[in-house]
Design a protein around this ligand. Structure first.
Ligand code: DNO
Length: 392
C-alpha cells in the first residue's frame, strides 16, 4: 500500500519536509480555502500539486471534495451544484489527481464528544460518550422525539448529568460536537460562527422529510450524474463510511454496514464508484466484522484509512491503539497487500502525546501520535509483505 498522510495545506503546522523525513510518499489534501460548492479551478489545483511535488511528494488523494447539503437532501440548487462538482472533478482529472474521497453524511461529518479522553500513560485520544451525546441531543438541541432514541436507563443518566454539568462543560460539548470536529473538514459550521446551535438546528430541519430511502436515491442521482466525468478523466470516487456507522439525531445515515455498501456499489455499478475503507468508522459499529468487509469490498476500495476502535458495553467507543481494537489492522493489511498492493493508505487519527497537545493540531490529527501509528502500520506492512513475497 502507498503510505499517505492527511495534510491540511500550507497553513498546516506539520510541514511537507517533516513528512518526507518520516517516510510519507503521498499527500492527502484538499483546497480547504475554497468554499463548499464552488469550482476548484485548474490553476489552484496545479499550484497545490506543484507545491507538493517541489517537496519531493505527490498529491495522491483529495480528501474531501465536499458534497453540499442541497445535493444530499435534493434541494433547489442540486443540479447547479452537481455541475460545479463535475467541473471540479474535470479539473482534478486534467491535473492528474484521480482519487477523490467524499462523504454523504447529512449535516454532520464524524461525531465525537471528547477530544482529549485521558489514557493511563499520559496520552489522550478522541472518545464518544453516549450519555453526553444524548444530553446534547435532548437538553441542548431539544430535538423533537429525541427520547425515542434512548433507553429509560440512558434517559435517567441524562437527567443525572443535567444536575451536575456546568455551563462551561455545556459550551465545550457544543464546541466539540458541532464546531471543532467539523470546521476543519469543511463542515457547515466554522470557529467563530455566531450561535452554532441555531445553525445546526436549521440544518437538521432540512432533513425532516428525508429518510434512508430518499437519501439513497439522492446518492444514486449524484453518482449517476458524475460518473461520465469520472470515466472521461479516469477518476475514482471513494465514499467515506458514516462515523459512527449508525443512525443519529434523527438523520438518515446510509453508509453504515456491508448491506449499505453493497447497495451503493450496485446502485451505480461502475468501478469508478468506490469506497474509502475507513476501518475506524466501520469498527465502531458492532454489526460490522471489519476484516470480512475488507475481503468483500477490496476490489472496489480506492483508499484505506487505518484506525481502530473499541466499543464499550455502554455504547461508548474509544479510539484504540492501531495495534488493537475491533478493526484488526494486521488482518486488513494482509487483505489489502494481497488484493490491492498499490492502494493508498493513511493512518487515521492518532493519540495526543509528547508535545502534541500544545501545538493546536486539528482534532485527531496530531503529529507524534500519527507518526507512532504510521511506524506501527509500517511494521505490520513489512511483516505482511515478507509473509506474502519473502521480500525482506
Ligand atoms: C475525520 C475524517 C472525515 C472524512 C470525511 C471524508 O477524521 O475521517 O472528516 O475526512 O468524512 O469526506
Amino acid at each position: 500500500m502507498e503510505r499517505t498522510w492527511r495534510w491540511f495545506g500550507k497553513k498546516d503546522k506539520i510541514t511537507l519536509d517533516m513528512l518526507r523525513q518520516i517516510g510519507v510518499e503521498g499527500i492527502v489534501t484538499a483546497l480547504h480555502e475554497v468554499p463548499n460548492g464552488e469550482v476548484w479551478t485548474l490553476e489552484a489545483i496545479e499550484e497545490m500539486k506543484a507545491y507538493i511535488a517541489a517537496h519531493g511528494l505527490r498529491w495522491s488523494i483529495v480528501e474531501s471534495l465536499p458534497v453540499c447539503e442541497d445535493i444530499k437532501y435534493g434541494g433547489a440548487e442540486r443540479d447547479r451544484l452537481i455541475e460545479n462538482y463535475k467541473m471540479s472533478l474535470a479539473n482534478l482529472g486534467r491535473a492528474g489527481v484521480r482519487t477523490v474521497c467524499y462523504n454523504f453524511m447529512p449535516v454532520i461529518d464524524w461525531i465525537r464528544t471528547d477530544l482529549q479522553h485521558p489514557w493511563e500513560d499520559g496520552t489522550s485520544s478522541l472518545y464518544f460518550d453516549r450519555i453526553r451525546f444524548a444530553y446534547f441531543d435532548l437538553c441542548i438541541l431539544q430535538r423533537d422525539g429525541a427520547e425515542k432514541d434512548y433507553t429509560d436507563e440512558e434517559l435517567a443518566k441524562v437527567v443525572a448529568l443535567g444536575e451536575t454539568i456546568s455551563e462551561a462543560e455545556k459550551d465545550e460539548l457544543i464546541d466539540t460536537i458541532i464546531v471543532k470536529t467539523q470546521g476543519f473538514v469543511n463542515g457547515n459550521i466554522k470557529e467563530g460562527d455566531k450561535n452554532p446551535v441555531r445553525i445546526f438546528k436549521d440544518l437538521l430541519s432540512l432533513y425532516a422529510d428525508i429518510d434512508r430511502g430518499a437519501l439513497r436515491e439522492n446518492l444514486r442521482y449524484f453518482l449517476a450524474a458524475i460518473m461520465p466525468v469520472c470515466e472521461a478523466y479516469n477518476i475514482n470516487m471513494c465514499i467515506h463510511p458514516d462515523d459512527p456507522p449508525y443512525q443519529m439525531l434523527g438523520l438518515p445515515r446510509i453508509v453504515t454496514s456491508g448491506e449499505d455498501i453493497d447497495w451503493l456499489l450496485h446502485a451505480v455499478d461502475n468501478p469508478h464508484n468506490g469506497l474509502t475503507f475507513c476501518a475506524g468508522s466501520l469498527s465502531a459499529g458492532l454489526q460490522n466484522d471489519v476484516p470480512e468487509l475488507a475481503r468483500r469490498f477490496a476490489q472496489r476500495t480506492h483508499f484505506v484509512h487505518l484506525r481502530s476502535t473499541d466499543v464499550l458495553p455502554d455504547g461508548n467507543f474509544i479510539e484504540a491503539s492501531h495495534l488493537g481494537g475491533r478493526a484488526h489492522l494486521i488482518e486488513l493489511i494482509r487483505i489489502f497487500e494481497k488484493e490491492r498492493p498499490d492502494v493508498p493508505m493513511r493512518v487515521d487519527h492518532g493519540r495526543l502525546m509528547l508535545d502534541d497537545a500544545e501545538k493546536g493540531y486539528n482534532p485527531g490529527y496530531s503529529f507524534h501520535g500519527r507518526m507512532l501509528a504510521l511506524a506501527q502500520v509500517e511494521g505490520m506492512m513489512a511483516v505482511v509483505k515478507d509473509e506474502l513475497h519473502g521480500t525482506l
